[in-house]
Ligand binder design. Structure first.
Ligand code: CP
Ligand code: NVA
Length: 300
């Protein structure tokens, strides 16, 4: 039987995604109550990281331990992946020894190729195009704070990057409206804009996009791998900071999210990140609970 993978949010139905979010909330409560629950006893998750990580690594590693299993941290520097062993061969070999594999890679295609040759579930822990695990945590955070997201207005400010594109998928799946404001030249992929046109509107003016929003979300201006573009991007994004003035055009009770790490004074002002609308610390913690729900769904 072919394993279920989680490469983008579209690997789940809307119903599966909603029940995964509810399960994440339940698992969070169980942990707070000190309940030991070990559905993945003796199971192993391999984690391949081509890029740095704090949240993704720690949440998957802790999640596997809490579930009674274990996780292996694999950096290309120390494995044959970094010395050119083909992705297909690596997938065949690694997937014969473990029960699930999470990858954080530069190219999205690395994860899709890997999944094609894996006997066990493959999870996308961030690529250049998508970061679906972060969306599980963001959605959990929204549901905890405000209930269902259907019909709400979410505003993305900044780069049309992996996070933005994951929000586009989420908007269509869970039926909310997504307004995006980005500088010209930093739009998300046209094919994705076409595929999600029923739920996504593109603006070039942050205040227009943020007007009346229930949730404002942003991310770094230069993602991992774009460090050499930092200066050019700082210039291009100068009017795209989420600050108090921008938050003031959203709904009075609007929330603010950021996947972190954040740069205070660049994409977000310190008063917004550390202010009362911000739910970024719950959002970060929810990586643990949401991914435990995902691991249980894929690997139990
Ligand atoms: N948000 C997120 O994925 O963080 P890390 O890069 O620290 O894993
Ligand atoms: N867009 C960012 C997200 C980091 C979690 C990046 O790809 O670096």
């Amino acid at each position: 039987m072919k394993p279920r993978h989680f490469i983008t949010l579209n690997d789940l139905t809307a119903e599966e995604l909603r029940s995964l979010i509810q399960r994440a909330i339940e698992l969070k409560r169980m942990r707070a109550d000190g309940i030991i629950y070990e559905p993945l006893k003796n199971k192993v998750l391999a984690m391949v990281f081509e890029k740095s990580s704090t949240r993704t690594r720690i949440s998957f590693e802790s999640g596997m331990s809490q579930f009674g299993g274990s996780a292996l941290f694999l950096s290309p520097r120390d494995t044959q992946l970094g010395r050119g062993e083909p992705i297909e061969d690596s997938a065949r070999v690694i997937s014969r020894m473990v029960d699930g594999i999470m990858l954080r890679t530069n190219d999205h295609e690395t994860v899709t190729t890997f999944a094609k040759h894996s006997k066990v579930p493959v999870i996308n822990g961030l690529t250049d195009r998508f970061h679906p695990c972060q969306l599980l945590a963001d959605l959990q955070t929204w549901f905890e704070q405000r209930g269902d997201i259907k019909g709400k207005r979410v505003c993305w400010i900044g780069d049309g990057n992996n996070m933005c594109q994951s929000y586009m998928n989420a908007a269509k799946l869970l039926d909310f409206e997504l307004t995006i404001a980005c500088p010209k030249g930093y739009e998300p992929e046209q094919s994705l804009l076409d595929a999600t046109a029923s739920h996504v509107k593109l603006f070039y003016e942050p205040k227009q996009a943020a007007s009346n929003a229930d949730l404002i979300v942003t991310d770094v201006w230069a993602s991992m791998g774009q460090e050499e573009e930092q200066k050019i991007r700082e210039d291009a994004f100068v009017n795209f900071q989420v600050d108090a003035a921008l938050m003031s055009v959203a709904k009075p009770d609007a929330l603010f999210m950021h996947c972190l790490p954040a740069h205070r004074g660049e994409e977000v002002s310190a008063d917004v990140l550390d202010g009362k609308s911000s739910v970024v610390w719950d959002e970060a913690e929810n990586r643990l609970h949401a991914q435990k729900a995902l691991l249980e769904f894929l690997m139990k």
